[in-house]
Design a protein around this ligand. Structure first.
Ligand code: FAD
Length: 311
C-alpha cells in the first residue's frame, strides 16, 4: 500500500515579495513549508525596484535571489520553481496538485500569487509598460521628476483619475490628464485647474516611442502631446488557480480576507500581497503576507498544543 506523503504545514503559492516574506517567517518559526513559484513576476518589465527600505534601486531578480538565499538558512523551507495547478480539500487536509503531476498534502495554504496586468490594446502600451508607463509614482516617480507626465484615464479608473493626476504634481509641475474621450466627474475640472493639471479630452490613438522610451501620445484628431512618463492602471485579473477556487472577492475584485487573520472565505486558505488589494507595492505585499504567516503559525501551534503534540 502506498504511504500518503508527509504533510507540509504550509504550501505557499507565489515567490514574489509576499511569498518570500511569508516563507521567511514560517521557516523561522520551524514550520515545514513548500514555496512554489511559476516564474513570471508582476514587475517583470521593471529594471529596478524602488521604495523598499534597504533595497531601493535593487534589480527585481536580485531581490528574489537574495530572498531565496536567505531562506537557505532555514532547513524546513523548500523552494521549487513550478506551478500549482489545483487545491482541493479542507483546513488541515489540502491536496495540492503541481504542474509536475505530483500531489502534496498541506495543513494550510497561503496564496501570494499576485495579479496579472492586462495590456491595453493601444499601440506601444505593451512595449513601454514598466519602462515609461507605470502604475505607481512612489516606485518610479523620482527618476522622472520635473519631466512631462500624463495620467491615462480608463473606464474602471475614472473615479480616481482626478485625485491621482493631482497627486502626481508632487513630482512635477508638468502633468496632463488624458481622459481619452471619457467624461470626468463634474467637480473634477475645477480641482484640476486649481492644481495646474492640463486636461486633454480627445481619444488617444497610439503611444509614440523614441529610443525605446515614451515621447508623446498621438491623438485621433492628428495632434500629439509630448509625454515622458505615463501613469495608468490597466485592468487586472487573477491567475487561473485563484480564479478556479471560487473565493469571495471584494468590490474591486481582489480576494477578500479577514483583516486580522488574512484567511479567505475558504477556511484554511489564506492570502497576502497584491492578490488581496489595490494598494500594490513590494513592501505592502511582504507585510501582509508576513501577517498571514504569523496567523497561520499561531493557529498551527495552538492546534499542536491542544492535541499534546508539541515537539
Ligand atoms: C512595472 C511595475 C513596476 C513596479 N515597480 C515597483 C517598485 O519599484 N517598487 C514596489 O514596491 N513595487 C513595484 N511594483 C509593484 C510590485 O511589483 C508588486 O506590488 C509586488 O510584486 C507584489 O508582490 P506579490 O508577492 O504579491 O506578487 P508578485 O510579485 O506578482 O509574485 C507572484 C508570484 O506568484 C507566482 N504564481 C502565480 N500563480 C502561480 C501558481 N499557480 N503556481 C506557482 N506560482 C504562481 C507568479 O509567477 C509570481 O512569481 C511594480 C509593479 C509593476 C507592474
Amino acid at each position: 500500500m502506498n504511504e500518503s506523503p508527509k504533510p507540509y504545514d504550509v504550501v505557499i503559492i507565489g515567490g514574489g515579495p509576499g511569498g518570500l516574506s511569508a516563507a521567511l517567517a514560517l521557516g523561522r518559526s520551524r514550520k515545514r513549508v513548500l514555496l512554489c513559484d511559476a516564474g513570471p513576476r508582476r514587475n517583470a518589465a521593471a529594471t529596478k525596484l524602488h521604495n523598499f527600505v534597504t533595497r531601493d534601486g535593487t534589480p527585481p531578480d536580485d531581490f528574489r535571489r537574495i530572498g531565496r538565499e536567505q531562506l537557505g538558512e532555514y532547513p524546513s523551507v523548500e523552494v521549487r520553481d513550478l506551478r500549482v495547478d489545483s487545491i482541493v480539500g479542507d483546513r488541515g487536509d489540502f491536496r495540492v496538485a503541481l504542474s509536475t503531476g505530483e500531489a502534496l498534502v498541506a495543513r494550510r495554504v497561503l496564496l501570494c500569487t499576485g495579479m496579472v496586468d492586462e495590456m491595453l490594446p493601444l499601440e506601444g502600451f505593451r512595449e513601454l509598460w514598466g519602462r515609461s508607463i507605470f502604475q505607481c509614482p512612489y516606485c518610479h516617480g523620482w527618476e522622472l521628476r520635473d519631466r512631462a507626465w500624463g495620467y491615462l484615464a480608463l473606464p474602471h479608473t475614472l473615479g480616481h483619475a482626478v485625485p491621482f493626476a493631482i497627486q502626481t504634481r508632487a513630482w512635477t509641475s508638468d502633468v496632463t490628464l488624458f481622459t481619452n474621450g471619457l467624461a470626468l466627474p463634474e467637480e473634477g475640472s475645477a480641482q484640476l485647474v486649481a492644481a495646474g493639471v492640463r486636461v486633454v479630452t480627445g481619444a488617444v490613438s497610439r503611444l509614440v516611442a523614441r529610443d525605446g522610451r515614451l515621447a508623446s501620445l498621438a491623438l485621433a484628431d492628428g495632434s500629439s502631446v509630448a509625454c515622458d512618463a505615463l501613469f495608468a492602471h490597466p485592468p487586472q485579473r487573477h491567475v487561473p488557480l485563484v480564479g478556479g477556487l471560487g473565493l469571495a472577492l471584494d468590490d474591486d475584485g481582489f480576494v477578500k480576507v479577514d483583516p486580522m487573520k488574512r484567511e479567505t472565505s475558504a477556511p484554511g486558505i489564506y492570502a497576502g500581497g497584491d492578490v488581496t488589494t489595490r494598494g500594490q507595492s513590494a513592501v505592502f505585499a511582504a507585510s501582509s503576507a508576513l501577517q498571514a504567516a504569523a496567523m497561520i503559525n499561531l493557529e498551527l501551534t495552538l492546534e499542536l498544543a491542544a492535541s499534546g503534540a508539541l515537539p
